[in-house]
Design a protein around this ligand. Structure first.
Ligand code: CU
Length: 149
């Protein structure tokens, strides 16, 4: 009889342990929701970000063979230019996957708080730049810039 009781106690202890493990992992999962959809970005178009700020992009000049510079500006609800994020871009030709991919590169800030990304356009055709915006460690936005040279 004593044996049965101790087995029961052991089983119950193990069950409560596994419940505790379940609880821990569910909490972890509900923390951050990754951004899944990429927005299509058009030059000059103001895109609303989830935290109330806005993103606008343009090229410094019409893209041609050579270096094309993507310029991203972030403005708050009052229209003041700010730079609260880390922005990264990955440029390449979608029809030639991997052939000229830049890899993910960080945009650099200038004094006006413009985020700048030089793209090495080595071939005529359709190009795209995939852009990711992070606030701290949280990814809050993904977008794609398409252009043709
Ligand atoms: Cu190519």
């Amino acid at each position: 009889m004593k044996k049965i009781i101790s087995v029961l106690i052991l089983t119950m202890t193990l069950m409560s342990l596994s419940l505790a493990v379940d609880d821990c992992c569910k909490v972890g999962e509900s923390k951050a929701k990754p951004v899944t959809k990429s927005a299509i970005l058009n030059p000059g178009q103001k895109i609303a970000l989830p935290d109330g700020n806005f993103l606008v992009y343009k090229f410094s000049q019409k893209p041609a063979l050579g270096t094309a510079v993507v310029v991203v500006k972030i403005v708050d609800a009052k229209g003041t230019q700010i730079a609260p994020y880390t922005i990264r871009g990955n440029a390449g030709m979608p029809s030639m996957q991997g052939a000229h991919d830049s890899g993910e590169v960080a945009f650099e800030l200038n004094k006006r708080k413009d985020y700048l990304l030089p793209v090495n356009v080595v071939m005529q055709g359709a190009w795209e730049v995939k852009i990711k915006v992070k606030k701290g460690s949280e990814e809050i936005f993904k977008g794609v810039v398409s252009f043709h040279v």
